[in-house]
Design a protein around this ligand. Structure first.
Ligand SMILES: Cc1ncc(COP(=O)(O)O)c(C=O)c1O
Length: 376
């Protein structure tokens, strides 16, 4: 492409909605799939294609497909794989809007779901029905940071002819590659670590060529959560620094988690890199690092959690994660507020739980800010 033409180091942004056909017959042939070539950006764009190829290579997948948001990717995948009367088994604990989506599918389209503690394989087996089509997994789960054994779950899914879908947002392919562990489809909110700079909303799905071709033809083309070429370019830029960012996020988060674990005001810390983490061995085997997200609990409830958050100076109060800046939020009243309280608490999202995305600042500064807010 342009690199060959002009030697441009970074790829060009094809900021175009449509592509001109040389003649009417070529237009007909492209629509019929008899001739390759771009048609219209919702159906494909060269800048998006570069990002998609990079993501597929990183995830060890045959193909990738970009979406205009993480939820665009989540909804396209789920809607594309189920029909009325089908059933999903999902990890107990998941991003609030994904829960919102499956609740809407149940209410309006008769797609049933069961939430199970996926750290217990027996419970997953018990939840499977003849009409179960897919296992939908987050690991580490947002925001409780429980880890699901992807090898064991994906081999169970194969026995039952089910598709395994993994939301890999929390770790990025640098730290976890579910397809290599036997899973079928991987998706991301690319808004987070893939972009890495808090300046883009995006999603991506990776899987087999056959699956991605079908997803593009159906869920992306007809539902239309398309990514803009400029945003694809920002993601390509983000990927250049993914390894060093993930190394730094993981190293800083471990120090922060160790500090929190030793503090008397902190009653629990959930971070896969801590030897005290319930699934430490599994996390070490399955992940190439623990990532930048820590959840922890303080004594008290919502009031105490909010007062603590309000005392922070440098760490910013914001949802999202994976940015250069450290971000803190209260899942029960923010990202997971749309889940009914009883369901939420069963998932472990209690009022005293706080989620921290450790950024790229000096780790001492992050720890000092937490310290003064805990002691204030
Ligand atoms: C695990 C996970 N999946 C999906 C999403 C949705 O992504 P987006 O906000 O890019 O639509 C989020 C957003 O926070 C998330 O944390």
């Amino acid at each position: 492409m342009m690199k060959e033409q002009h030697g441009s180091l970074t790829p060009p942004i094809y900021q175009t909605s449509t592509f001109v056909f040389p003649n009417a017959e070529a237009g007909e042939a492209r629509f019929a799939g008899e001739e390759s070539g771009y048609i219209y950006t919702r159906l494909g764009n060269p800048t998006l294609a570069i990002f998609e190829e990079q993501m597929a290579a990183l995830e060890g997948a045959e193909a990738g497909l970009a979406f205009g948001s993480g939820m665009g990717a989540v909804s396209a995948v789920i809607i594309g794989l189920v029909k009325s009367g089908d059933h999903l088994v999902c990890s107990e604990g998941m991003y609030g809007c994904t829960f919102g989506l499956i609740s809407m599918l149940k209410e309006k389209f008769n797609v049933e779901f069961t939430l199970v503690d996926m750290t217990n394989l027996e419970k997953v087996k018990e939840a499977i029905r003849p009409e179960t089509k897919l296992l939908y997994i987050e690991t580490p789960i947002n925001p409780t940071i429980r880890v699901v054994d992807l090898k064991a779950i994906s081999s169970l899914a194969k026995e039952h002819n089910m598709t395994t879908v993994v939301d890999n947002t929390f770790l990025s392919p640098y730290l976890q590659r579910p397809i290599e562990l036997g899973c079928d489809v991987v998706l991301h909110s690319a808004t987070k670590y893939i972009g890495g700079h808090g300046d883009v909303i995006a999603g991506v799905v990776c899987g087999s060529k056959e699956y991605i071709t079908d997803l593009k033809r159906t869920s992306l083309k007809d539902i239309g959560a398309v990514l803009s070429p400029f945003d694809a370019w920002l993601l390509i830029r983000g990927l250049k620094t993914l390894p060093i960012r993930m190394e730094q996020h993981s190293a800083s988060a471990l120090k922060v988690a160790e500090f929190l674990e030793m503090h008397e005001k902190v009653t629990a810390v959930y971070y896969p890199g801590l030897p005290s983490f319930a699934q430490y061995e599994l996390a070490k085997e399955q992940m190439n690092g623990s990532g930048g997200v820590i959840s922890f609990e303080l004594a008290g409830g919502k009031k105490e959690a909010q007062e603590f958050i309000n005392r922070l100076n440098m760490i910013q109060i914001a949802v999202s994660l994976g940015d250069a800046e450290s971000l803190i939020q209260h899942p029960a009243s923010m990202t997971h507020a749309c889940i009914p309280k009883e369901e939420r608490e069963r998932m472990g999202i209690i009022d005293s739980l706080i989620r921290l995305s450790v950024g790229l600042e000096e780790v001492e500064e992050i720890i000092n800010d937490l310290k003064q807010a805990l002691e204030g």
